[in-house]
Every structure is written in structure tokens, then in C-alpha cells.
Design a protein around this ligand. Sequence first.
Ligand code: AMP
Length: 537
Amino acid sequence: MIESFRELGLDESILRAVIKKGFEEPTPVQKAVIPLFLREEKDIIAQAQTGTGKTAAFGLPLIHLLKECREPVSALVLTPTRELALQVHEELASFAENTSLKIGLIYGGQSYTEQLRRLKQGVQIVVGTPGRLLDLVDKGKLELSNIRYLILDEADEMLNLGFLDDVERIIGLTPSRRRILLFSATIPQAILEVSRKFMADPHLVKIATPLDQSGTTSQIYYEVEEKDKFEALCRIIDSAEDFYAIVFCRTKIEVDELAQRLVQRGYDADCLHGDLSQSQRELTLKKFRDRRITTLVATDVAARGIDILDLTHVINFHLPQDSESYIHRIGRTGRAGKSGTAITLITPAEFRRFRYLQKDSRQEMVKHRLPDVSTILKIKKQRIQNEIAAKLKDPIPEAIREWSLELQESFPDENLLAGVLALAFEDQLNPSIYQPIDEIRHTPPILRNGEQESARLYLSLGREHGYSPRKIVELIKERAGTRDHKISDICVLDKGTYLSVPLREAEFILRKMQGLVRREKSGQSRHPQRPWRPRKR
Ligand code: AMP
């Protein structure tokens, strides 16, 4: 069993870079992939997501194998997004700092000049996104015939973003004797097909999600009405010891709106979604990394692949689409031995879907009550008190000390300190900034002969086809005659819609909507009101 980086057989110059980065022990994906990459000849498929240390898993052995190499473009790392390309490039450059290897970065949305200048200088490793890479190949500026190692990073995301053809074309342009390493969070059919087409008898490596390794993320949920979600979020932020978080919303518009409301309320917040320009996204991410922004509101897609460690919280302002995205979202906190909190806000309408999500993701989520205003104010005061105590331990500048004496002379009033505190903290400690939050009362429905049992269906019509929840209900009503109130928990996405219907009517609806609807695998919750107990791992 490999315990240290030294045992992996990496060159001393690379180990020095690893130590400088502060890595102490290889992560599971590194322990699995590095020896295979170094000592064997086969291709590798590794199922691992962001945060498992996958960049180093391919990066360290790649640099080791190429450290003496002078040939241009001997390795290519393909990534789905510019952010990931930037991140991978930065990480590889840090591993290679004691070698003479040069690493190029190629992605769209940026001028060709700088990228071409760098290519001309001769780079051994290229990191890039498919579109711009092919563009340069077609312009005759980039040769892929020399590639020895081809790495496909976040292959499933490349697929989701529609890069499959481009990726296949790129693989086809590389020599057949090159080795391919494919990293992907999930391995859908299309990826298996790519591997069958281009990879010969690959090694398969499967790594648990980052969450499974750390086990230090506590998962809690609050039940609130939709209208109270914002207020609930403010209370969560204000009562946290430290708050450095991504808040996930469903759509770009919701992301924008929420970030704006947070800023208006005085929080250091910003948003990240697909409509922002590349430079805006980079600026926002930089501010978030530097902690000038502490709350980043984002969509799943925009946040994918962004590796920011040490988040204290992940907030699901809206429920994720499925259990896989839930795991992916919350895997961003509670890393590297630190503790983190994943918080989900759910409305009564979402409750059933939430139960299903809990069950499907096999996660234990505990219900908490939101802190009341007096508790939050107590926490805030304690925080201020701690800051004062910390300040008093440092030397106080002479000018401030002198001024303090002058003030005590000018205001010999016992209220001087109260006046200073009011000036500094009155706004923060004003209870009226908090709005009341309605209590959710549950009236558990009585199960009579399976009356409340429901089935979760997926309909392949979504926003892109002009459907809203209302229109979905009308369509089902028209085709299957289902009464409005029997269709619940409708979640319209871009390409499809999830909805719940009574179990007894599900088969009939499936028949009537033939071809358009399918039943979700385990979406049928037979006992929706029975509390679910997590399975032991
Ligand atoms: P990745 O999954 O490649 O996006 O890596 C996630 C983060 O973990 C990056 O910031 C890496 O620098 C960091 N990392 C990778 N390997 C290790 C390790 N063995 N120990 C500590 N941190 C690591």
C-alpha cells in the first residue's frame, strides 16, 4: 500500500514541487493512477471528479515522463471549459517548475496572438479546449502528430457541452501509438463508446466521490416557504462563525436576482453563470479565491470544474436536479480534513422530491430550525467581542491611544463606549433588518389504499420547447385527462420536466403520453411520508 509521494517513483525535482505545494500524502486517485501511468503501457479510464486530486494524478507522472523531452507538443490535455484549462495549466506549471518543460494554454475567447507566440516558442505540453485547438489545427498552426500522451479531462462534461465530435476528431489526429488517459465524474454510454473506439483494453480506476473520503461535511436542511428563502439565507450567513460559500440556484436569472439582493443587503456576494463574458467570470473567480467575495451565487454548470477548496458552506438555495448533482455540489465543502456544512432549503412543494433525493443519494440530512433574531444578534455581538479581544492583544497605534485619551477627556460621560459601539455597529445589530419567517406546519396526509403513493415521471419537453409548469399540466390534462391537483412537484428544466403523479394513474399517463414520458428508475416513492433511514456504508 502506497503511503507517500516518495514511494510513487516520481523524480526528485517533481517531489520538491509537490512538497512546496504542501501536499503531504497522495489522494486515492493519485495512488491508483500514478503507478499505472508510470509503469505500464495501457490506456487508463479513471472515474473521479473535481476535488479528488485528479489533475496531479495525471500531471505528476506526465511531467515525470516528459521531463527530458524537447519535442514540441508531445502531450495534450483537453478540458471542457476555459476555467478548467486555466486551472489545469496553472497546476501543471507548478509541478514542472524545477524542469525545463514548457506548457502552452489554448482556449477560445482570447486573442490568437499571445497563444501563437507561446506555441512558436516550443511547448511540450498543451492544455486547451476542443474548439480553439481544432481551429489552430485547421489554420496549420498546431500539429498533433507528435502526441505521446493525450489526456481527456472531465470527459462527461465535454460530452454534455456537445464536444463529442470535436474530441473524436482530435483523437483521430493523434498517432495511434499514443496513450490516452480519460478522466470523468460519470461514465455514460457515449464515453464507453469513445473508449471502445479509440482505447485498447484500458485499465479502469474508480474513485469514490470526495465526500466519501472526507466524511466531515454535515448535511442539514431547513423547511421554509419560497418567499422566506432569502431571509433564511441571510440568517444562515449571519449566524455562521465564518462564511465562505457557493450558493446554488436553478437558473441564470435566479442567480442574478439572488446575488443582487445579497449585495443590496450588504453582503460580499457576486454571481457566476454562463451569460457572463470570459473576463467577467475570471474576475469574479479571482475575487472569490482572494475572499474579497465570500458568497458566490452560481448555477451548476457555471460552477462545474471550478476548484475552490476550503468552502465553509455549500447552500442549495434550490434543490439540485438529481442526486448526482447533489453529491457533486456538496463535495465542494468539508475537504482536506476540514469540516464543512451543506445546507438545503426546501419548500413544502419540494418536500417529496427532497425525500427522493435523500434516498437516492444515500445521504443523511438532518433537519434544523433557523436561528431566531435574538440568537443571531447574540452571535454577532460575541463575534465583535472576540474581535475586540484579539485587537487588544496587538499593540494599539500610538495616535489611536492618544485620541482615546482625548475623547475620554472631552466626553467624561459613562456612555462614551456605548456611543462608539452605536456608531460602529448599530446597523449590524438592528433587529429590524430581519423579516419574520413563517413556520411550516406539516399535515401528514393519511395513506388510504395507496392513495398518496406517487410515481416520478420525466417528460422530454422543457423550457426549450416553450413549456412552463402550467403548460405541462395542461398537456397532461388534455392527453390523459388527469386532474390538475394530481400533478405535483413539477420541475421544468431546459430539455425536460420532472413531475409527480399518483402511482395508480402513472401507467395510464405513460400510455397516453407515449414516447414523451418515462418513469424515473427509482423515482417511485412507495411510502413518501415514512421517514427514510440512511443505509450504513
Ligand atoms: P483536482 O481534483 O485536481 O481539481 O484537485 C483539487 C485540489 O486538491 C487542488 O487544489 C490540488 O492542488 C489539491 N490537491 C491535489 N492533490 C493533493 C494532495 N495529495 N494533497 C493535498 N492537496 C491536493
